[in-house]
Design a protein. Sequence first.
Length: 267
Amino acid sequence: MSKVILITGGSSGIGKSIGEFLTTKGFIVYGTSRSPERYKDSKFPIIALDVKEVASINSAVESVITAEGRLDVLINNAGVGITGPIEETPEEQIQHNFDTNFFGPINVIKAVLPQMRKQNSGLVINITSIAGYMGLPYRGIYSASKGALELLTEAFRMELKDFNIKMTNIAPGDFATNIAAGRFHSPVTKGSPYEKAYGSVLKDIDEHVDSGSDPIEMAQMVLKVINTKNPKIHYKVGAFMQKFSIVLKFILPDKVYEKMLLNHYNL
């Protein structure tokens, strides 16, 4: 029996690549978008779901279960980027980022767990970020929201162990997607004490996204995890130095690691 997979944020970027790849492997895939009518040419069904609205989440999950009779894999992929000096980032944008990147995934997980428990099987894959392993300058809010999701997964795994429901994180580095276009940028304000440093870092961030890896690497890792009986807690996908930076985080003294980041960003 083909597994039924639900991917939040499946209309573009990494989510779209994962959905198209898994469709070619024989899985039954549903993606989500706040505006599914814009994706009528999608290679897999796109259904309406807004991760900031619990009613929308519950309706989407129920529609998949009604159509297929089961739900085997949830891929929490929907997310938004945010950059800026923390001091100058509007509170409503901080709240929006956490609503999308953290509270949204929690509510989608809550919506699928009753069905997975009923089946006595299920897998939840949370798409986080290598940025979630470290507090990055001018990306602090994004780092915090993705880092919170990483830790949440660790706790969830232990709470779900009696129900044969698996959960894991896949943390991507920089990939060539349209995430930069949808990211909230605090403006580089003339006369701001952060003007020069933030402007330089923002340029560096966008260049790394534009030259990022092919999202198919994420799709291949997702397939590997789906086919793994007992997935690990954390997976990382990206350039070697991005993944190695996490290793350095755990072996270097804090101030040495901080100095390394400052040098990397020319701060």
